[in-house]
Design a protein. Structure first.
Length: 103
């Protein structure tokens, strides 16, 4: 893994953070600090196997953030408005528990 791939992952994580936690300054800052901390803590890693492992973890985190995290906004004491992004919505196929008849 070269420095270019590592920097690309770093930027990708920050772009995803900005999309996922949009309009939530506390979450944006917490995620920013965590991403920066993880990269800073591992900046001197020289083992190519460990670097590959860390890159896989970082890539997996980016995918999970992008496809699984839904933002919620308190609108009332007992209500939260969910704000899903396009990436977390999946096509729903209606379930049919009876098999289709052959013509």
């Amino acid at each position: 893994m070269g420095k270019r791939e590592i920097l690309k992952l770093f930027r990708s994580l920050h772009r995803t953070r900005q999309q996922v936690f949009q309009n939530d300054s506390r979450a944006l800052e917490a995620a920013r600090l965590k991403i920066n901390e993880e990269f800073r803590n591992n900046k001197d890693e020289t083992s190519s196997e460990r670097i590959t492992e860390l890159m896989k973890i970082g890539s997996d985190v980016e995918v999970i953030l992008r496809t699984s995290v839904i933002q919620g906004i308190h609108v009332d004491a007992n209500k939260i408005l969910l704000v899903p992004r396009k990436e977390v919505l999946q096509d729903n196929m209606p379930f049919c528990d009876t098999p289709k008849q052959k013509p």
